[in-house]
Design a protein around this ligand. Structure first.
Ligand code: ZN
Ligand code: ZN
Length: 1012
């Protein structure tokens, strides 16, 4: 007996039951045990930042994809590692802790105390990782929970130290003094790749100012510059003109680029190069820093003529390009603001103001001195701190960089070997690798990997490569070193290898992407001589994981990863950092294959923001849609398009999944009535199969082949499309066409349907692990206990001819339905005749099935004379092909001057047009309903006679009675006594009525039924 199924599944309810069952039966452990000596498939998990207290639907997307492919590979017998990872350091964590403690600046953190601050940061990681594990388990993700890696472990940090010391030996490590993007709130610079994260560039309205700089050697004349950052004006040292562009002087003495002011009249015009060298009075020469600078006009080829005045204000302390120009032209560099973005003391009345506060004062002052030519607002995309959302500024800073020039060619070569899905993601990586600048690896923060740099006054840079080396060279403080972390590590000075003096560590910590990038080395035991049980649980990770630190032989086995997968933005982040580190350490890519996917938006296509109220916590989604439906939504998404996630699409998915549910329920209901007991050992139906059964067997083989192809291409969307088409075939063709056989225990039909459903559950199990297992456990009672323990189905190659035949029949039927619905005739109205033109001859023997499906008396294959053909060019396709000839072709088509060829092609004006190049419309003549698609045309004779009308009434009645049966709560097998008011129907169709309604007695009277 099968367990009877309700009308629709309760997804969340059955999922919780399945989770319990998996736990009780140790399903995952059994799977791992079975695959233990199988071939290896190496997946390396990109760490999730452990700073949130519940799983988000964004994170659940990536986790689902990782789980799907791991489950698929496990079905195929591969041994997997299943190691989950957490990103544990950096600003994500720090900023959250600062907020919870109400701290607002670095000074306040230091006053609070770095030891306690570090402990609070660790607490966040502990709590968050626990919460995210709970969410991930609820999602159905199978991982080796408890053996996770944590990037704040001393082991992880030591591996990064090793990497940095190798980079230093190669001469790639240097300290750069440059103007970089800076977050005044976080008090640190940001690297180029941090600016590429989503949400960094936001539209913002800034002041737009035209400011006059009076010329010193040309009385009454001035140059006019344009700026959107007033706070940088006190740091002005030069103004740049394009040497080849023309500049003009207005009547009032102001010089601007002629091109930008086409309506102005100019009393004098000069080439930009002739302005070079002019000296001017700086806008804030009343403040000490400006007063010591000689301001002058310099040439710059990059001055653009698309906005502003054509003269660019240059402040090398406040802009990247400005800083480069200062080197070329030997300009002074003024740094107006400190780490927290506030003006230094020597800026007089600006002292202590933030850059935004200063803007108002500066504009006011320019107005008073008469140097403000015009002011307005300018909206542009402006970079914000990815963590705290503060607008960034440019600031001069000393940062540690890894030079990329020497390694760039190898990076490009190695990337070309990686298989990227979708392909354009690889191109993006290539673009990034070609254009990226040196890697800024230092951050002026607290909770991060301590950079092991000890620069000595003698000029030698000591770089420590391991904890052991630190111990050996420590002057003092090693014994108090709880973790490789600030503040403890700052108390361990070392002896300089060159001069023997005592040297201290720099205060900077490292870019978090170093933490995540080293993972393929740190977790797999690269160059580790001996396997250390639980050896990864070091430093802050102690007590949080029991992960081993494997040995080098293990690394050889599992490196590089066969597959990694993350969101597109990780191209410049994790995909990049691990790639860079791997190519630097061992000369090759750390992964062979990548799946990257686009962004998640809400179902209206807007970004999800807590403040907009359109975010969906995963908990809510679990409770309302269920994990399977979420997973379906993620997996149905082509990775090259944004996912519009929400309850609307979830509802639609639930509706579509009902087709599967109802097909299984059909088998369960009739199987129980007829006592059908399938056997796992005889999975494939054998014996007396009908043509339709043989077709479903082949169709099932085709599904397995298509799903395999989809999984192997890491395109879940292809698996889902194949599955949905299959379920539609099962329900709307096989079951529809075989219904009666189930009422009269035709065993071949039961076995064939059972086989098809069981196989489809196996292939969809990785995507929808709960529902698939729930139904499996009901349908397969003597096989593997869980669908996840049944191996991937091995099937013969499908018979293409059998499949093509029914596909063609279904195509005719579909078109017939279209024609029917265009005629406005009721579905139950029988019709006399259907004419089919252009169908493949394989459909001819199926005339009876087609007639039955479309409720017509007769199906003919032949010419459709009953319609007029209208052909139009498909412009987007045909335009490029025909070019100028298109016009004539179009006119001839409109006049009907074309010849119809085989296969939906047309000949016009000497051109042969393919089916996809034309839009064909069939217009029915009177009394015919016509539909046409890709060379196939069907025409329905819509003329009715009395007999057809009577038969329509018969179908209406039968339908009515069956609704009545259902509404009276009768079982599908209950027999009834039936009374109908229609004497003519009873006389003509009495037997049929009894058959279709399970009536044992039929009498004339008011419509009613009675259980017999
Ligand atoms: Zn910030
Ligand atoms: Zn020294």
């Amino acid at each position: 007996m099968f367990t009877p199924l309700p009308d629709k599944p309760d997804h969340p309810g059955l999922e919780l039951e399945i989770l319990e069952t998996w736990e009780r039966e140790r399903t995952f452990e059994s799977l791992r045990e079975r695959n233990r000596s199988g071939p290896r498939w190496s997946f390396v998990d990109g760490p999730v930042t452990a700073n949130r207290m519940s799983l988000g639907v964004h994170t659940a997307w990536g986790r689902t994809l990782k789980d799907v492919f791991q489950r698929y590979k496990a079905l195929r017998g591969f041994e997997l590692r299943y190691q989950n990872g957490w990103d544990c350091q950096g600003l994500w964590i720090e900023v959250g802790v600062e907020r919870s403690l109400g701290l607002n600046s670095k000074r306040e953190i230091e006053e609070f105390g770095l030891e306690e601050f570090a402990r609070r940061c660790r607490d966040v990681v502990v709590q968050s990782s626990e919460a995210l594990v709970r969410g991930s388990i609820r999602l159905g993700q199978w991982m080796d929970w408890g053996k996770d890696y944590f990037t704040f472990s001393d082991t992880n940090i030591e591996y990064i130290w090793k990497f940095l010391s190798i980079v230093h030996e190669r001469g790639w490590l240097y300290m750069g003094h440059r103007s970089t993007e800076w977050c005044p709130r976080c008090g640190t610079s940001l690297s180029q790749h941090e600016l590429t994260q989503g949400g960094v560039y936001q539209d913002r309205a800034d002041p737009s100012l035209f400011v006059r700089f009076p010329l010193l050697d040309r009385d009454g004349e001035s140059i006019v510059i344009w700026t959107t950052t007033p706070w940088t004006l006190p740091a002005n040292v030069a103004a740049a003109v394009h040497p080849d562009e023309e500049y003009g002087r207005r009547e009032g003495g102001e010089w601007v680029a002629v091109k930008l002011f086409p309506d102005d009249t100019f009393v004098e015009k000069l080439k930009g190069s002739e302005l070079v060298g002019w000296r001017y009075r700086g806008p804030f020469d009343d403040l000490p820093p400006g007063s010591q600078v000689e301001h002058r006009v310099i040439p710059w080829e990059d001055v653009t003529m698309d906005q502003g005045s054509g003269i660019v204000h240059i402040a090398p302390g406040c802009g990247g390009e400005d800083f480069e120009l200062s080197r070329v032209h030997g300009l002074a560099v003024l740094t107006p603001v400190d780490e927290s973005g506030r003006f230094y003391d020597d800026y007089g009345w600006l002292h202590g103001l933030s850059t935004t506060e200063a803007a108002d004062q500066i504009i006011g002052r320019l107005g008073e001195t008469g140097n403000l030519v015009a002011a307005g607002l300018y909206t542009h995309a402006y970079p914000h701190c990815w963590r705290c959302d503060t607008p960034l500024i440019f600031r001069l800073s000393d940062d540690w960089f890894i030079s990329v020039e020497e390694i760039r060619p190898t990076l490009l070569e190695e990337n070309a070997k990686v298989h990227w899905v979708p392909e354009y993601m690889g191109k993006r990586m290539d673009d990034w690798l070609r254009n990226m600048g040196d890697w800024n690896i230092s951050r002026r923060r607290y909770y991060g990997l301590p950079l092991p740099f000890y620069p000595c006054a003698c000029g030698h840079l000591n770089v420590i490569s391991s904890k052991a080396e630190l111990e050996a060279r420590a002057v003092e403080g090693f014994e108090q070193l709880e973790e490789l972390r600030r503040p403890w590590i700052d108390r361990v000075p070392i002896r300089c290898a060159e001069c023997g003096e005592t040297v201290s560590r720099v205060l900077e910590v490292g870019d978090v992407w170093l933490d995540a990038g080293i993972v393929p080395f740190a977790t797999l035991g690269w160059e580790n001589p001996e396997w250390i049980p639980e050896g990864y649980a070091t430093g802050a990770a102690k007590g949080l994981t029991t992960a081993d630190l494997p040995d080098h032989a293990y690394w050889e086995q599992w490196f590089p990863a066969d597959w990694v997968s993350e969101m597109r933005e990780q191209i410049r982040l994790w995909f990049y950092s691990q790639f860079f580190m791997s190519v630097a350490l061992v000369g090759r890519s750390p992964y062979k294959r990548v799946l990257a996917y686009e962004k998640m938006l809400d179902e209206q296509g807007r970004e999800m923001h807590a403040s907009w109220g359109n975010t969906i916590p995963a908990e809510e989604a679990f409770a309302q849609m269920g994990a399977d439906v979420m997973r379906w939504q993620y997996c149905a998404q082509p990775p090259d398009r944004n996912l519009l996630f929400g309850f609307g699409p979830a509802h639609e998915i639930k509706r579509r999944l009902l087709t599967l549910w109802h097909s299984v329920k059909f088998l369960v209901d009739y199987g129980n009535i007829e006592g059908f007991t399938p056997s796992w050992s005889e999975l494939e139906p054998a014996g007396d199969l009908r043509a339709l059964d043989r077709w479903l067997v082949e169709r099932t083989r085709q599904l397995v082949a298509e799903a395999e192809e989809g999984y192997e291409a890491t395109l879940t969307v292809d698996v889902i499309r194949a599955f949905e088409a299959f379920v539609d075939d099962v329900s709307n063709w096989y079951i529809r066409r075989s219904r009666r056989r189930f009422y009269t225990f035709d065993e071949a039909a039961f076995r064939t349907l059972w086989y098809a459903l069981v196989q489809s559950l196996r292939i969809v199990a990785p995507i929808m692990p709960f529902l698939a297992d729930h139904l499996w456990r009901n349908l397969v009672q003597d096989g593997p206990a869980s669908v996840h323990l049944a191996p991937w189905p091995e099937t013969a190659k499908p018979d293409a001819a059998v499949l093509a035949e029914i596909a063609e029949v279904r195509r005719v039927v579909e078109l017939g339905r279209q024609a029917r619905s265009s005629s406005q005739l009721k579905h139950r109205q029988p019709l006399r005749r259907l004419v089919v033109a252009g169908a493949s001859p394989v459909a001819f023997p199926h005339a009876d099935e087609i007639a039955d499906e479309l409720r017509v008396k007769q199906v003919e294959f032949g010419d459709v004379a009953a319609s007029e053909l209208r052909v139009k060019p498909n412009l987007p396709v045909l335009g490029p092909k025909l070019g100028a000839a298109l016009r004539d072709v179009r006119e001839q088509l409109a006049r009907g001057e074309f010849e119809q060829l085989d296969g939906g092609r047309f000949q016009v004006d000497g051109h042969v047009l393919e089916p996809e190049e034309v839009l064909v419309e069939r217009v029915g003549l009177d009394g015919w309903a016509v539909a046409s698609d890709a060379g196939l045309t069907v025409a329905l004779d819509t003329e009715l006679d009395d007999e057809l009308r009577l038969e329509a009434r018969l179908y209406d009645r039968i339908h009515e009675v069956n609704v009545l049966r259902r509404d009276s709560g009768l079982e599908i097998t209950d027999r009834i006594r039936l009374w109908l008011p229609d004497a003519d129907l009873i006389a003509r169709y009495g037997d049929r009525i009894e058959q279709e309604t399970l009536a044992v007695e039929l009498g004339e009277g008011e419509l009613r039924i009675e259980k017999a």
